[in-house]
Design a binder for this molecule. Structure first.
Ligand code: NAD
Length: 335
């Protein structure tokens, strides 16, 4: 199978590339990534030289750059590429609309033109909006996005649906909860807190710290997407969740405990604008219909994650210092 994986140099995309080349060594992967601040080729250094792996630096809104890849033959598109950080979407919503909506539409159009077998679009539970103290998001929950990030993801989901309904494109949408694990850019909660705790810096916690997220270990997410590629029913949406609801403050406290650091490092800061209170996923459909089973409970996943960051301090230092950006500029020219 020949997979075109967009955003493969980012957090989940790079984990997915490692997963596929390990689990399906006969598959071929072409990565398309424009290498924004969140894209890091270091995440893929372990697969460099693998004859079934190729990296192409291109923007998913750039049809002319993408077309030769489709012309050469692609079986499945897996679309991870996105602007993904809610805080940044509050500062610069326009970039989110461009990449997440226009980029997805560009890919869909090429997928349609070149009759690809399947288009898998990786989305988020944030498109469903926010929950109160009870209830779970199902695939039937109406889309009620609250941030420019989630609104742009919801827009892309609707375009995927429209290409299925209008043009008969074979599509699946996955909507997952918060991922964590190796190679996550340290602007996101877990790597940020690990990094700050290791440097004895304050750990900034939004509002009262009681916002609830469901935590999904990234490898479990990758196995879900793999199943959807191979067994997903044409046109279906699949929710993917870890069944690991935790408050943000609980997550921060476990990290401090694991690293033997004092809770006095916790600093409450002004809440994020429009901060969704609780997300929780009902993943019954993908479990029952595709036989997906997550391997990691939160406790084992967070330990594994902390172990990885401790073993990869150089990776963290490079990301923080921006040294890897200089490497790209040298390697690929100024962006
Ligand atoms: P990330 O920010 O780590 O990676 C995104 C990647 O996309 C980067 O490598 C970046 O360079 C690339 N990219 C951005 N704009 C591009 C463009 N215009 N053209 C080509 N490449 C571009 O994101 P992530 O956390 O790995 O998330 C991957 C996908 O999963 C996203 O679509 C996101 O919405 C979704 N998702 C993530 C989470 C999570 O917890 N991280 C949860 C739910 C859904």
């Amino acid at each position: 199978m020949k997979l075109l994986v967009t955003g493969g140099a980012g957090f989940i995309g790079s984990n997915f590339v490692h997963y596929i080349l390990r689990e399906h060594p006969q598959d071929e992967i072409i990565i398309v990534d424009v290498l924004t601040y969140a894209g890091n080729l270091e995440n893929l250094s372990a697969v460099e030289g693998n004859p079934n792996y190729r990296f192409v630096k291109a923007d998913i809104t750039d049809r002319a750059a993408l077309e030769p890849l489709f012309q050469a033959g692609v079986d499945v598109v897996v679309n991870f590429a996105a602007e993904s950080h809610v805080d940044r979407s509050i500062l610069e919503p326009d970039v989110f609309v461009r990449t997440n909506i226009l980029g997805t539409q560009t890919l869909l159009d090429l997928a349609k033109q070149y009759n690809i077998q399947k288009f898998v679009h990786v989305s988020t539970d944030e498109v469903y909006g926010t929950l109160g103290d009870t209830g779970l998001f199902t695939e039937q929950t109406p889309l009620q996005p609250n941030s420019p990030y989630s609104a742009s993801k919801a827009g892309s989901d609707l375009l995927v649906r429209a290409y299925h309904e209008t043009f008969g494109l074979n599509v699946n949408i996955t909507r997952c909860s918060n991922n964590y694990g190796p190679y996550q850019f340290p602007e996101k909660l877990i790597p940020l807190m690990i990094q700050n705790a290791l440097s004895d810096k304050p750990l900034p916690v939004y509002g009262d710290g009681l916002n609830v997220r469901d935590w999904l270990y990234v490898e479990d997410h990758c196995s879900a997407i793999d199943l959807v590629i191979r067994k997903g029913v044409n046109g279906e949406v699949y929710n993917v969740g870890g069944n690991n609801e935790r408050t943000n403050i609980h997550v921060v406290k476990t990290i401090l405990q694991e690293l033997n650091k004092p809770e006095s490092l916790i600093t409450y800061v002004q809440d994020r604008l429009g901060h969704d209170r609780r997300y929780a996923i009902d993943a019954t459909k993908i479990r029952d219909e595709l036989g997906w089973n997550p391997k990691y409970a939160y406790e084992s996943g967070i330990r594994e994650t902390i172990r990885w960051y401790l073993a990869n301090l150089e990776w963290m230092d490079q990301v923080r210092s921006g040294a890897y950006q200089q490497y790209y500029d040298k390697q690929y020219g100024e962006r």
